[in-house]
Design a protein around this ligand. Structure first.
Ligand code: SAM
Length: 443
């Protein structure tokens, strides 16, 4: 069903020389398709049109493939992400962050910005990806597992809960829930949800979110604020309000391909000027003194896992620490174990580094995260390469005749691991997580 642009929105845009008729025209054209490649995984065979100049791993495609039918999409080899959102890559490169930065992505599901931040960190530092809505946090966790970085946690908390982690983060990304005007082309249903009243509600909620999370930013740390909308209330006016209320410094960023905002305090991707949807981004720096990090008080629930022989040649143990929580073992970056203990005590953590699985007397029952992380899984794990047809059947949850020795194997496509099987001789048990399986017909 096609939705017309809301009349009040059209009137607003026409009265605003910054936007005007060219924006309305652009919103009625076909959306470009863009992806960002995973620098640690196999390069997929996609209909590449041109690189995105502001994003190190970004490409525009000449057409939109059926991503679900590409096994390398499920292997986390790339993430479909509209090109405007990828301006974050150029912004991160301009921030004066420590080598081992601790970054919070506060409104992170489904994970476009988080996978970009993880690539930027390139295995160094720590990324905490948070999403307040439980069902969306699960999708975020899935996408981050597939991306494969060890140095990521996923939390499922309200922004106000971050007052339990004062002064912890070098950088906080607030990709705020917004009125979504920039999605009117890609997602026409967003048009029917728009109203003047909703713009006001969104602007007020954004203020609340930024105020709530601000105490967890270190002094000197950066807050990157972004939306996918075009109006001044949620963008320029909120930016000015944050700077004034928080006595924060507005940071000068250069994005030569983008358009400077109406106050020259941030930048827009406008579909009338670039092959993007709508996106707004700005950066503030904390200048006041942050309170020192809260000491952990609750009981210790995470233990150090010492029996590395139980990992059965399945995991690389160099430069990583192994923690046990209940019956499960997790790999985390050694430099951050004490911070991870604190976060684990204070927040609802649903992804803790890379989960290896459950050690038992018969060996490790492996987790899918181990299969999908090039940083943790061992080269010694036996693999079986699948054809495209077999790979799709595997991702669909099927089992079929397959040559191989008995025991645990990784199955791969184009040498990229997809997940685990337990081979029984001439057939196998499919261990691909039920909730990740392709649901559409694949024949
Ligand atoms: N950063 C994500 C990405 O790049 O894939 C997109 C985030 S989307 C623009 C905004 C997110 O904020 C949604 O996942 C939504 O569930 C979440 N959200 C909604 N209400 C919120 C609130 N009151 N506080 C924090 N996050 C909220």
């Amino acid at each position: 069903m096609s939705h017309a642009l809301p009349a009040d929105f059209t009137a607003r845009v026409l009265q605003d020389p910054f936007l005007g008729q060219p924006l309305l025209d652009a919103l009625e054209t076909v959306s470009p398709t863009a992806v960002r490649l995973n620098p640690w995984k196999t390069k997929a065979d996609l209909p590449f049109k041109s690189p995105i100049s502001w994003s190190r791993n970004g490409f525009l495609l000449s057409e939109r493939p059926k991503f679900t039918l590409d096994p390398l999409f499920h292997a986390g080899c790339y993430y479909p992400q509209e090109a405007g959102s990828q301006l974050l890559d150029a912004v991160l490169q301009q921030l004066d962050l420590p080598e081992e930065a601790v970054v919070l992505d506060l409104c992170a599901a489904p994970g476009g910005k988080s996978t970009l931040i993880a690539s930027h960190l390139n295995g160094k530092g720590l990324l905490v990806s948070n999403e307040v809505i439980g069902s969306r946090a699960k999708v975020l966790k899935e996408n981050l597992i597939k991306w494969g970085a060890v140095n990521t946690l996923v939390t499922n908390n309200d922004p106000a809960d971050f007052d339990r982690l004062p002064g912890v983060f070098d950088c906080i990304v607030v990709d705020a829930p917004c009125s979504g005007e920039g999605m009117f082309r890609k997602d026409p249903a967003a048009r029917s949800e728009w109203s003047e009243n909703n713009v006001d509600l969104c602007a007020a909620r954004q203020k609340r979110i930024v105020m709530d999370v601000w105490p967890s930013l270190k002094t000197g740390g950066f807050l990157v604020y972004s939306t996918c909308t075009f109006n001044t209330q949620e963008n320029e006016e909120n930016t000015a309000w944050f700077a004034q209320q928080l006595d924060a410094e507005l940071i000068r960023i250069e994005l030569p391909q983008a358009k400077q905002d109406r106050n020259a305090t941030g930048w827009y991707a406008l579909p009338s000027e670039l092959d993007t949807e709508g996106f707004y981004i700005t950066v503030l720096r904390k200048t006041d003194e942050a309170v020192s990090r809260k000491k952990s008080s609750g009981k210790v629930t995470l233990q150090t896992f010492k029996d590395l022989s139980a990992l059965d040649n399945l995991a690389n143990t160099n430069d990583l620490s192994f923690l046990q929580w209940m019956d499960f073992v997790f790999a985390v970056p050694t430099a951050f174990t004490s911070l991870i203990h604190i976060i684990h005590q204070q927040m609802r953590v649903i992804k803790l580094g890379t989960e290896l699985g459950q050690p038992t007397r018969k060996g490790l029952i492996p987790n899918e995260a181990l299969a999908l992380s090039p940083f943790v899984r061992s080269e010694a794990i036996p693999t079986i390469e699948l054809t495209a047809e077999q790979a799709l059947a595997y991702l669909h949850g099927d089992t079929f005749l397959l040559e191989g020795k008995q025991g645990l194997h990784l199955v791969t496509f184009n040498n990229e691991p997809l997940g685990w099987i337990k081979h029984l001789g001439n057939r196998f048990n499919n261990l691909y997580p039920k909730e990740w399986r392709i649901r559409m017909r694949i024949d």
